[in-house]
Design a protein around this ligand. Sequence first.
Ligand code: UDX
Length: 459
Amino acid sequence: MTFERNILCIGAGYVGGPTMAVIADRCLRYRVTVVDIDAERIARWNSADLPIYEPGLDDVVRSARGRNLFFSTDIPNGIREADIIFVSVNTPTKQFGVGAGMAADLQYWEKTAREIRHYAESPKIIVEKSTLPVKTAKAMERILNTTRHPVRFDVLSNPEFLAEGTAVKDLVDPDRVLIGSAETPEGIRARDELVRLYTHWVPRERILTSNVWSSELSKLVANAFLAQRISSINAISALCERTEADVAEVAEAVGMDRRIGPKFLNASVGFGGSCFKKDILNLVYLCRSYGLEEVADYWLGVLRINDYQKERFVLNMLKAMFNTLAGKQVTLFGFAFKADTGDTRESPAIFVARKLLEERVRLVISDPKAIRQARLDMQGIEGDIRYEEDPYAAAAGSDAIALLTEWGLYADLDYEKILLSMGKPAFIFDGRNILDHCRLFEMGFNVYAIGKPPLTHFT
Ligand code: UDX
C-alpha cells in the first residue's frame, strides 16, 4: 500500500502514544511511526503489554499496529522519511539553574530540534505537542532554519488537552483541536495540512486556528483555569467548615448558573497530576520574566490554596483526633492522584502520608492500582508504613481512614464490617466527598468531609 503522508512522532509517552494510535486509526492512508530513545518502552508498545493503560487504547493499537502504525527506535530514519513530525518529548519543571522549580526544562526538546535538523533531507512540518512556554516555536524555528541548512521547516503548535483515564475519548471526540501557525503563506500552508489530517474525524468547526503564541499560551491557560476552579471551590470549603454551609450545595447552586457551569467544582483534598502544578509554575515564571508580578502572584495563589488545602486536611485530622496521632493507625484509601489510574504524580496522598508520618502514625496505604508506585514515592521516608491492597485488611485495626482518591470501589464497601474491625472511636475523613456521610455517622463513625460540618458522636 502506498501512503499519502508519513507522520513521525518523537516521544512514545503519555501523549505521543495514544495520539498517534488514534491518528493511525482514523487516517488509514497515513503511515504513522512513533520513535523513542527508550528501547524498553518501544518494545512494550510492540507487545501485548502496552506501557500505559488507557481505556480503549489496547483495541486501537492492536488494530492499527503493523498496518499503518509502527513503533521504533530508529530516530534518524524516522526523521528522513517523515513529512510531518510531532514532537512530544517531556518538558519537566527545571530542577537547576535559572528558573529552577518553575521554568520548563527544555533540554530534551532542544536536543530533538537539533536531531531533526541533522537528519532531515527534505522539507518538514514540525508540530509541537509537548506543553511548552510561549515563544518556544520561535526558538525551534531558529534552531531548525539556520541559513546553512537548505531544508525548510515550518513549526506549528498543536497542544494536547487529553486527561488521564479518558485519553482515547478525548482524542476521538475532542472539545476542540487547536493549531497555531505563523501567519505567512508557508505557515498557513503547513497549518492547512494539519487541519486536513484532523478533519478525517473532527468536525471542521471544532478545529481552531490561531497564531503560534496564542496556541502555546492557550494550553497553559486552559490548565490554569481548570486548577483555578478547584482551588476556588476548595477555598470556599474552608469557609463552609466554619459555618453551617455545605460546599456541595454551594457548588451545585453556583454551577447551575450557565455562565459558570457545573464541572470541576468538586471540593477535594487538593488537585494532583503531572500537569496542573507544572503548567501554572510555568505560567507564573513567564509572567515574572515579563515583569508582570501581580499577574504572577494571582496565578501562584491557585497553587498556594492547593497546598493550604492539603495542609488543612492533615491539621483537621490532628485536631479531630484529640491533637495527637502518635502511635495511632491511619489507613489511606487511595494513593493515586485521581481515580482509574495508577499515576501518583503530585498526588495529594504523598503530602498527606508524609505529614502523618511526621506525626508518627502507623500508616497503612491502600490503592487498587497505585501500590507499586506508592512504594517508590515513599522510598527513603522514615516511619512505620504498611502496604495493603485489600481495603478490608488495610482498615482492620485502624483508628482512622482517610479517603484520598475517588475510586468507585470505596463508596461500595461494607462499612459495617469495616467499623467492627477498627479501634474506637472510629474516624473517617472523606477527602473526596464520595461517601454516604449520614449513613456512616448512624453506624457509629465520626465523619469529617470536605466543606461540611463534621458528624461526630462527641458531646
Ligand atoms: C489535566 C487536564 O484535565 C487535561 O486537559 C490536561 O491536558 C492535563 O491535565 P489530568 O491531570 O489527567 O488532566 O487530570 P484531571 O482529571 O484534570 O484532574 C486533575 C486533578 O484535579 C486530580 O487530582 C483530580 O482529582 C482533581 N479534581 C478534579 C478535583 O479535585 N476536583 C474536581 O472537581 C476535578
